[in-house]
Design a protein around this ligand. Structure first.
Ligand code: FES
Length: 121
């Protein structure tokens, strides 16, 4: 089982292959935003990896981060799976933004259907 450490929330053993945004929400109990329903559109599920940043990204993640000038700055937790140990910092929550809720419940699997590419250098 991968161990996921969420800064200021603790360390959690998470089901292998679980979507990271859901691990942060359900296992760590952090009110992370996922305002587009986790379709790689809104970037509100953004995080920083403090340890264990994945070398692969979905094409959808690369494209939306490029469009928002966020590539190399943040990563999207809705476009990642818990398949190894990692430590993350959550950047946008219901509490920190004052929004009316996190957004539609994400599917269990990555949406849109992932096409994996190498993280741009
Ligand atoms: S980009 Fe919207 S929830 Fe991840």
């Amino acid at each position: 089982m991968p161990r996921i450490e969420v800064e200021d929330a603790g360390t959690f053993d998470v089901e292998e292959g679980k979507r990271l945004v859901l691990a942060i929400e359900e296992d760590a109990g952090v009110d992370i935003l996922h305002r587009c329903g986790s379709y790689a559109r809104c970037t509100t599920c953004r995080i920083e990896y403090l340890e264990g940043e994945p070398e692969k990204m979905t094409k959808a993640e690369v494209e939306v981060l490029e469009k928002r000038n966020l590539l190399g700055e943040v990563r999207l937790s809705c476009q990642a799976l818990c398949d190894h140990d990692m430590k993350v910092r959550v950047l946008m929550t219901v509490t920190s933004t004052g929004l009316d809720g996190p957004g539609p419940k994400p599917e269990r699997h990555i949406t849109p259907e992932p096409e994996w590419v190498d993280k741009p250098a």
